[in-house]
Design a protein around this ligand. Structure first.
Ligand code: ADQ
Length: 722
């Protein structure tokens, strides 16, 4: 196993100072537990913030550092202003509410972005300092979204994973962020980006289409010549430890005590960080509604709500705390008696045993976040029920709801519906409770935190990392071969290879530099140049027809060996299908602004470069399917290109050009083909064994050599002239 470098905002430790000195205690959180095995076994490091150490003496600081080193942790200290602006500011006041669909909580002024970026740079710097070739880097969560790209720029060959622990919202929400592009590009520095659920993967994928114009987003995309994989890896818990804990005599004793104290009452449990995403007020209101509606439940049920203090220095959290306090007071004053109150509210953290005992004692676990990346509490409750009893009521807006389908699922915005669900849970027959809980436990035990870590890291290991500087080496090697060849024939694609793409096809005419470069290439001794393009004859003649080159238009349908010579068409190419296809393309163009239809002699093209990207991609897919169905066995081929769907007669492809240009060619001539898209793959495939295929771009290609795009193609060709 390669060495694992974990990078997260917080280190998995708590620093405790007392009069005897200072101790660094390993925290027992889910992430820390799941990752401790791979972290230690791989001899890896964990890089992160150890929490506020500003009040420690110098001696205590030294002791903290020693203890951290022993635990293979590397501290990154944050200043008070970084804590308030990077952590509380941008991370928790912008990204956190936004990813939980709470746009109205995002401040109007985006003041903390610069600090967010700077702290991300600090994390990346420290990681680079500790990186050794062969290490696997795993970056965690929304506080560090820029880190993958910052690392990639400096460690092109590193294996980098990123896991997003909170929801990734719909692209319509995400794109409201002023720095949306930087954040998305930050993530794309990773080889694997993991989310809890398939919906988050889908949202991220449509954000890529929407913001970056990346078209074919499946479970992987091409980015700067690398593959970036996307995947759903639902995080689990250390189920075994919860299960064994609730069988310990001391915990069972505590369970007995809880039951005794609740004699004659049903125990409903809520356990959360005190966070406005956790839906505590509406949960309280649901209890109130049930008591209001069904007086028989008064005095018969008790909600124990445990809330861990969280982010209390952020104003929204302080206000939220007051709201919860008020509601608890109001409901208790309305429905409490001299002997008992319906809501038992604890504002504190519990240790693992206390938590386990409460889970085991509860009749109903009430988990109602208005949004939650996953929600581990729901899973912990199931793991703590080896007695196969207890009912889980779970918000459908928690990631966990995708897996825990045997819970009673509720809409946390529907207070009446939640009151109904709570009553149904309280009255659920034993047989049904057991059947549901058994199914929940199987899920939680099988897909535990160890499974989560393994599946993410295995996928990351399987993801091909950036090929070792293929582009640069490829260009150099290709150049060396070309220089050695006694004679050359260059077959050059035009759009995307010699010139970058433009908004409208007619704007891509050659610039002076390109015309000069082509002219000089045609003057190079023993060198012939041909353009092999999908463009029409007229366009090629108008743009480059004056140069002494061969021209091949419409993907090789038409050829003209030299200026002044006649254009010849491939024989037997049917064109009588065009009047059937044209109306379909026109109809699709009429459905959306920006789409246009181009007609060539033996092909038709539907261009959508100027269409809103998500809609354009969707319509292009629909069009391809429609054409594929209607003309399944006809003489047509439907080809997806770069922002274009092209329909042409079967059997016409750029590969047909190769045979033609090689006729009568001087012995020893090497054919070099350069192109960027799928249609050029036909050209590459048809090359003779000693031909040189060069892919210009970051797509999958059969070409043996690669350069990045038009600028590098021009550099390569210019180098040939030196
Ligand atoms: P959180 O928002 O913190 O995590 P959650 O997944 O429920 O939410 O984890 C909370 C953890 O805190 C649980 O392990 C729970 O036992 C513990 N906890 C809660 N209340 C406690 C109390 N009173 N005393 C002691 N411990 C308590 C973020 C995302 C989640 C995602 C996780 C993991 O918001 O959606 O599931 O990360 O990716």
């Amino acid at each position: 196993m390669s060495r694992l470098l974990l990078v997260s905002n917080r280190l998995p430790v708590t620093v405790k100072a007392d009069k005897d000195g200072v101790s660094v205690v390993r925290s027992a959180g889910g992430l820390a537990t799941g990752l401790s095995g791979p972290h230690e076994n791989s001899g890896g490091l964990w890089i992160g913030w150890p929490g506020d150490v500003s009040r420690l003496t110098q001696a205590q600081r030294t002791s903290v550092e020693e203890q951290l080193t022993q635990q293979r942790c590397v501290p990154l200290y944050l200043s008070a202003s970084e804590v308030s602006r990077f952590y509380e500011g941008y991370s928790n006041q912008v990204l956190w509410p936004l990813c939980h669909y709470l746009l109205e909580r995002v401040p109007r002024q985006d003041r903390d972005w610069d600090i967010y970026r700077k702290v991300n740079e600090r994390f990346a710097d420290l990681t680079v300092q500790h990186y050794q070739p062969g290490d696997t880097i795993w970056v965690h969560d929304y506080q560090l979204m820029l880190v993958p790209a910052l690392l990639r720029a400096r460690l092109p060959q590193a294996r980098i994973g990123f896991f997003h622990h909170i929801p990734f919202p719909s692209s319509e929400i995400f794109r409201t962020l002023p720095h949306r592009l930087e954040l998305v590009r930050g993530l794309l520095g990773a080889d694997l980006i993991g989310f809890h659920t398939n919906s988050y993967v889908r949202h991220f994928a449509s954000t890529l289409v929407q913001l970056c114009g990346i078209e074919k987003v499946g479970d992987r995309i091409e980015q700067d010549g690398r593959q970036v994989r996307l995947g759903a890896f639902p995080m689990g818990i250390d189920a075994e430890s919860f299960e064994s804990q609730v069988q310990e005599p001391a915990v069972l004793e505590e369970v007995r005590m809880h039951r005794e104290k609740s004699a004659g009452q049903r125990l409903v449990l809520g356990v959360d960080r005190l966070d406005y995403t956790k839906g505590i007020p509406r949960r309280l209101l649901a209890v109130q509604r049930l008591l209001e509606r069904e007086p028989a439940w008064r005095g018969k049920l008790r909600l124990v709500q445990v809330a861990v203090p969280s982010r209390s220095t952020v104003a929204d959290y302080a206000a939220y705390r007051e709201r919860v306090d008020e509601l608890v007071g109001r409901i208790n004053s309305l429905y409490g008696s001299v002997h008992s109150v319906p809501i038992h509210y604890l504002y504190r953290s519990l240790n693992a045993r206390q938590l386990a005992a409460l889970y085991r004692a509860a009749d109903v676990m009430f988990v109602t976040p208005i949004r939650d990346g996953m929600n581990l509490v729901a899973k912990e409750f199931c793991a703590a029920r080896p007695d196969d009893d207890g009912v889980l009521v779970l918000s459908e807006f928690a990631g966990a709801a995708d897996e825990l389908t045997d819970a009673v699922l509720v809409n946390p915005y529907d207070v009446d519906g939640m009151a109904d669900a709570l009553e149904a849970a309280l009255e659920m027959p034993e047989e049904e409770r057991r059947t549901r809980m058994r199914a929940l436990r199987v899920r939680v035990k099988e897909y535990d935190v160890h499974w989560w870590v393994r599946s993410f890291l295995d996928t990351l290991q399987d993801t091909p990392t950036a090929p070792p500087r293929v582009e640069a080496r490829g260009a150099e090697d290709a150049l060396a071969l070309m220089r050695e060849a006694p004679a050359l024939h260059l077959l050059l694609d035009y759009d995307g290879t010699l010139v970058p793409f433009t908004a409208r096809p007619e704007q891509a005419s050659p610039d002076g530099e390109l015309l000069e470069l082509l002219k000089r290439l045609t003057e190079r001794p023993h060198t012939r140049v041909s353009i092999v393009s999908g463009r029409s004859r007229e366009v090629l003649e108008a743009w480059v027809g004056a140069l002494p080159m061969g021209l091949h238009a419409e993907h090789g349908l038409w050829s003209r060996p030299a200026p002044g010579e006649p254009w010849k068409m491939l024989e037997d190419v049917p064109t009588d299908w065009k009047h059937l296809v044209r109306p379909i393309l026109d109809a699709f163009a009429a459905r959306v602004p920006g789409a246009l239809v181009e007609e060539k002699h033996a092909s038709l093209a539907w261009h959508y470069r100027q269409v809103e990207p998500v809609l354009g991609t969707k319509l292009a897919r629909e069009l391809r399917m429609h054409l594929g169905e209607v003309f399944a066995h006809g003489p047509l081929e439907v080809l997806p290109g770069d922002k274009v769907v092209e329909v042409r007669a079967r059997g016409v492809n750029k590969g047909r050009v190769v045979g033609r240009v090689m006729e009568g060619q001087a012995p020893g001539t090497r054919v070099v083909a350069i192109g960027d898209d799928r249609t050029d793959e036909d050209l590459f495939a048809a090359l003779p064994p000693d031909g040189i295929a060069i892919h210009a771009g970051g797509k999958e290609s059969r070409a043996g050599y690669r350069v990045k795009g038009p600028a590098e193609v021009r550099q390569l060709l210019a180098a040939l002239l030196k």
